[in-house]
Structure formats: C-alpha cells, structure tokens
Design a protein around this ligand. Structure first.
Ligand SMILES: NC(=O)c1ccc[n+]([C@@H]2O[C@H](COP(=O)([O-])OP(=O)(O)OC[C@H]3O[C@@H](n4cnc5c(N)ncnc54)[C@H](OP(=O)(O)O)[C@@H]3O)[C@@H](O)[C@H]2O)c1
Length: 228
C-alpha cells in the first residue's frame, strides 16, 4: 500500500489477526492500544511469527497521528467515546476503516442479534462523529479473527467495502485483497454498512450452530468486480 496501517485495538482478537495478515503480506503495520506496552507485546508476537515484519507499537492517539489509513477494531460499546477521544489526533483526509459490529453481546445480550444504532450503523455513527474531512469505510465484518490468526489458513470470505468516498473504497479493497483468499468488493455507499453489520449476526449463528467459520462470497459478477 506504501503507507502504514494503524490498527486501533490492534492487540485484540480481530485487530491482531488483521495486523498479522498484513504484516505477512509485507505491509507496514502500527499496533495501537490504550496501553503502549500491550501494543508492544502484540507487535512482538507478530515478529515471532513474521521475523521480517515491519510492525511497531503505539498508544492509540500516537498511532492515528502516525498514519492516514486507520482500522478500528474495538467493541461497539466504546466505539463513540473512543472516536471522540481520538478525533483531534486524526489527520484530515485520513481513511478510517470501521470493522465494528454492534452486537447485542457487547452489552450483555446475544451474539446472534444486533443493536439498533441511531445513525443506521456503527460506521455511520463513526462518520457523524469524525466529520466530512475524514473518510469512513465499513469493511472486514465477516472475516473472523480465528481464521485470521490460524497458521497458513486461506480465508474463505469476500470483504465488502462500503464508503461514500470512492478513493477510500479502492484503498480498502486493495488492503482486503492482501489477505490470501479474500477478494475486496465495492458494496456501495456507507449507508449499506447497516446491512454488512447485520448479516454478521446471521454468520455468527451459522458458526455457532455448525461449529465452523461462516464467511460470505459474492457470485455472478464479471471478473472486473473482483479485481481491486
Ligand atoms: N472477533 C472477530 O472475529 C471480529 C470479526 C469482525 C469484526 N469484529 C469487530 O472487531 C471489534 C473488536 O472485536 P474483538 O473480538 O477483536 O474484541 P476484543 O478482542 O475484545 O477487543 C479489541 C480491543 O478493543 C480495545 N478495548 C476494549 N475495551 C476498550 C475500552 N473501554 N476503550 C477503548 N478500547 C477498548 C482493547 O484494546 P486495548 O485494551 O489494547 O486498548 C481490545 O484489545 C468489534 O467491534 C467486533 O464487532 C470482530
């Protein structure tokens, strides 16, 4: 990508899995955490698995200030507060990739249900908080952390990217395609993030019932739709 990817919550399950895959693909990754020492532990774990990884560790505000391609992997219940806190450190023109699924489980409910979000989706909530100068893209909801972290596993899932900024969509589709097995597709406007977030609860239901890692594939489009 030629630019570092900063992952907020990068020491957690999803953030660590994405960081690992992008480090394996030769991308420069910054692991963000509220605690720089926790970020460093995650970066060290990546270095153990990918000795030539270009990975560093920072407290979240420093991480967003150091990159204009930011991936958000934090629980929904802290989504709004964390974005408000980090906003002053995010550079205008940055892309913020929101992976958040507003699962009822994040407030003690079931993992197979989503919560209603006033703005329509967590990603639209992010866009409202961050304002017009920061480009929000919703993506990676359907790529589970267990598969990302598993050694050498191809990820059998497409990543659908929704954003109101075509350049952000293109960049995030390319970032998705760095993960072996994944194709990045243009899912249209950010308002479609609502659908991406809600389908995740359905996929979690499949995975729980049948003890697997349910993903999603889009079929029937010309080759050009799958190439980023
Ligand atoms: N797990 C998956 O398979 C998966 C798949 C797709 C999307 N997602 C989405 O990714 C997000 C993270 O899920 P996860 O499973 O990776 O969760 P997780 O491992 O529990 O947490 C991720 C990180 O969030 C940070 N965090 C926790 N509480 C916080 C707080 N009060 N304030 C600020 N940061 C806090 C923590 O980082 P520090 O303590 O280091 O700051 C933690 O490591 C969720 O929105 C989820 O919907 C997850």
């Amino acid at each position: 990508m030629g630019r570092p990817v900063a992952i907020i919550g990068g020491a957690g399950n999803e953030g660590f899995g994405l960081a690992l895959r992008w480090a394996q693909a030769g991308e420069t990754v910054i692991i963000g955490s509220r605690d720089a020492a926790r970020a460093q532990q995650a970066a060290d774990k990546i270095k153990q698995r990918v000795p030539d990884a270009n990975v560093s560790a920072m407290e979240n505000s420093a991480a967003v200030a150091a990159s204009d391609l930011i991936v958000l992997t934090i629980p929904f219940e802290v989504h709004a507060a964390t974005l408000k806190q980090l906003k002053p450190a995010i550079r205008p023109g940055s892309i913020v990739v929101d992976t958040t699924v507003p699962l009822a489980a994040s407030v003690g409910g079931r993992a197979t249900r989503t919560l209603g979000v006033w703005q329509g989706s967590a990603a639209q909530q992010a866009a409202e908080i961050l304002g017009k100068e920061i480009h929000v893209a919703a993506a990676f909801h359907h790529v589970g952390s267990e598969l990302l972290i598993a050694d050498g596993e191809k990820v059998d899932c497409d990543v659908i990217v929704c954003s109101d900024d075509p350049a952000a969509t293109k960049t995030v589709r390319q970032l998705a395609a760095k993960i072996p097995g994944v194709r990045g597709l243009d899912g249209g406007k950010l308002e479609n993030a609502r659908i991406l977030e809600q389908i995740t609860a359905l996929l979690i239901g499949f995975s729980l019932r049948d003890k697997g890692h349910a993903g999603i594939r889009i079929t029937g489009l010309p080759d050009s739709a799958y190439k980023s």
